[in-house]
Design a protein around this ligand. Structure first.
Ligand code: ADP
Ligand code: MG
Length: 652
């Protein structure tokens, strides 16, 4: 029983719940998910930065090129505005010229070389139309009169007598030349008051005869200042040889060489080509276009814009876009981080729960309330955990039940075995009882006759000693047989108990008294351990006394060389226990189960009947009590009688 309990304990330690957990831990190997966040964020951030960088670069380039384009376009526009300004001025000059040529009296005064008359006629026109310079020339190319405003004082000066016969635009007119643009000509002329753009026209009388030439001019410097205010750029004029003629630029320390060109370059100039120029230690962009007036190329007209505007605008746009993209990148990265968090966090939570569940904590819940796939996963996982817990609890409950059943079965089995043992013993006893009851009377009387006759014959003193001895043997044998029969009779009668409430201690004392002689003869020391108060039990005193005598006899017989006989009486729960203990030879284990069998004896013929313990067992059983035996070979044996004080004793 003790062994089986130990076994049960071990089984209980390995309860199915624990077993399940162990299996789960072994089978579920989860990969590390701590890098999930990094896996989500790093490529995202790298990509975002890359896009931001490329974006900044591309956009800056685009903006820069568009700014550059705008700048260049502005340069072209300026160049056109400047050219238009010159053409307009030339037209104005032409209109003034026509007005003068057709003014009444002018051709007459010219043919008369009447300087005063001419002055009178031209003066109002000069003043009204704000003409800077006008020159009348006779057919010989001599200056009749020139009215020119002094650029410094603003006063008109008069001159006369100069020779203009070698000047191209005068020569052309006097020679009566006509080109595709007509009979008028333009040229840039150097005078003592500076460079002038002159337009010349023929003057004819009423008969259409050429009488001279008129020239109206605009001082180039005045024209350029005017153009600068219109075009909002500095203006440069080069002659056909590429030498600087006039400019609105203040002369730089290094001179104008940066602006000038070779004659070949002038001829090949491309008005769609911008060029870098360094002046005053600063960078300028400029464009040259042919200075064409009346289909004549007078030189090159250039416009100059400082490129610092371009540089600063470019830098500003680059800075602005860099900042913009940095901000956008930051926002995108933050958004991405938030997004990855919102993905990674529930997954990490799921992982933690999964590990906890794998480790056996089935009370875990994901707590994720989401409408997306992760939410669905979490819900599925939760319901799975719930079912797993239910199953596990069910398994644990079933296991506990089966353990309980096992225990009950083991108990029932033990009781069954005991009952069977008792049954066998009882059947043996019943069989012996029937047999005994049948033969006792028939055997007892003849034995008494044999014994009585043997004693009677011995009274005859004539008998020889040998016969006397043989009669002794007959008498003793008969006495012994009678004893056996008497025992058998007791055995047969044992079912008939005479129960009464008595002091059990006094019965024990009486049994000891009756065996005192035997004890003394065997040289055995007796120790009686009895309570002072009476131990009142309902029992058959005579039969229990017989049982005690049997046990004491056996004990004495087991101690042939003397020893100690200890008889004790004590309360043992619902029973009283009488122990008869000896320090004798002991009983080997294989015989321990048989000592209560009828006729089982180890004693030599004539000394034991093998009925003592069998009879005792029967008596105690009828009292609803029990006899236990414990023995160690060579050390001694203890028989314990347990008598119930109220109800039958359970088997041990
Ligand atoms: P008997 O005494 O006539 O042999 P019992 O039924 O009284 O028959 O005992 C049966 C056997 O049990 C004995 O022969 C003996 O071997 C053994 N036995 C009984 N009591 C003791 C004891 N106290 N010490 C050793 N052996 C014992
Ligand atoms: Mg005996």
């Amino acid at each position: 029983m003790a062994l089986s309990q130990k076994g049960l304990g071990r089984v209980l330690d390995e309860a199915p719940v624990t077993g399940l957990h162990r299996r789960s831990i072994r089978s579920v190997r989860l990969p590390k998910l701590s890098s999930l966040r990094a896996k989500l964020i790093v490529p995202y951030v790298v990509l975002t930065l890359l896009i931001a960088m490329v974006g900044t670069y591309v956009v800056t380039r685009l903006v820069t090129s568009s700014i550059r384009e705008r700048f260049v376009n502005q340069l072209y526009e300026t160049s056109r505005v400047a050219a238009d300004g010159i053409v307009r001025r030339e037209r104005t000059n032409l209109a003034d010229l026509r007005l003068m040529a057709y003014t009444e009296g002018v051709h007459q005064a010219m043919s008369d070389r009447d300087a005063a008359g001419l002055q009178d006629h031209l003066w109002p026109l000069v003043l009204n139309n704000n003409v800077e310079a006008v020159t009348a020339i006779d057919l010989n190319g001599h200056e009749i009169i020139t009215l020119a405003r002094d650029p410094v004082s603003g006063q008109y000066l008069f001159s006369t007598g100069a020779d203009f016969s070698e000047v191209g635009l005068v020569r052309n007119v006097l020679d009566g030349q006509v080109d595709s643009a007509g009979d008028k000509f333009v040229e840039l002329l150097e005078t003592e008051r500076g460079l002038y753009l002159f337009t010349s026209a023929p003057v004819r009388d009423s008969t259409d005869t050429l009488v001279g030439a008129l020239m109206v001019g605009t001082r180039l410097q005045t024209l350029l200042v005017e153009l600068k205010s219109q075009a909002l750029a500095d203006i440069v004029v080069l002659d056909r040889h590429g030498n600087l003629m006039a400019t609105t630029l203040v002369q730089p320390d290094e001179g104008y060489s940066a602006l000038e060109m070779t004659p070949q370059a002038v001829a090949d100039v491309d008005p769609s080509q911008t060029r870098d120029v360094d002046l005053y230690g600063r960078n300028f962009q400029m464009v040259y276009a042919p200075l064409e007036v009346r289909e004549q190329t007078l030189g090159l007209l250039g416009v100059v814009l400082p490129s610092s505007y371009l540089v600063t605008t470019e830098a500003t746009s680059r800075d602005t876009f860099s900042l913009l993209f940095s901000l956008v990148t930051l926002v995108v990265v933050l958004l991405g981080y938030g997004l990855s968090q919102s993905i990674a966090r529930p997954i990490l939570r799921l992982q933690a729960i999964l590990q906890a569940v794998a480790a056996g904590d089935l009370n875990q819940r994901t707590g994720l309330n989401r409408s997306d796939e992760i939410g669905a996963l979490a819900t599925a996982f939760d319901s799975m955990t719930l079912r797993l817990r239910e199953r596990t609890e069910e398994a644990a409950r079933l296991y506990a039940e089966s353990v309980q059943r096992n225990r009950e079965l083991a108990d029932i089995n033990a009781r069954l075995q005991e009952t069977q043992q008792h049954l066998i013993q009882s059947e043996k006893l019943a069989a012996i009882g029937q047999l005994t009851a049948g033969i006792v009377h028939d055997v007892k009387n003849p034995l008494m006759v044999i014994k009585g006759l043997a004693e009677t014959l011995q009274e005859d003193t004539d008998l020889d000693p040998e016969t006397q001895e043989q009669l002794d043997v007959i008498r003793d044998s008969a006495a012994q047989a009678n004893q056996i029969v008497t025992d058998l009779l007791k055995f047969a009668r044992q079912s008939m108990l005479e129960m009464s409430q008595q002091d059990l201690a006094s019965t024990v004392e009486s049994a000891l008294r009756l065996t005192a002689y035997l004890v003394q003869r065997a040289g055995v020391e007796v120790v009686a351990d009895l309570p002072a108060q009476p131990v009142m039990v309902i029992y058959d005193a005579q039969q229990i006394e017989q049982v005690l005598i049997n046990l004491i006899q056996n004990a004495i017989q087991a101690m042939p060389d003397g020893g100690t006989l200890r008889v004790s009486l004590r309360q043992a729960g619902e029973a009283v226990a009488i122990a008869v203990q000896d320090t004798g030879v002991g009983i080997p284990p294989e015989k321990l189960t048989r000592v209560f069998d009828p006729f089982f004896t180890t004693k030599p013929d004539g000394e034991g009947t093998g009925l003592g313990l069998s009879v005792s067992y029967g008596i105690v059983s009828h009292h609803k009590g029990r006899i236990d035996v414990e023995s160690t070979v060579g050390q001694g044996t203890t028989f314990t009688i347990l008598l119930p004080t109220r109800q039958p004793l359970a088997a041990s």
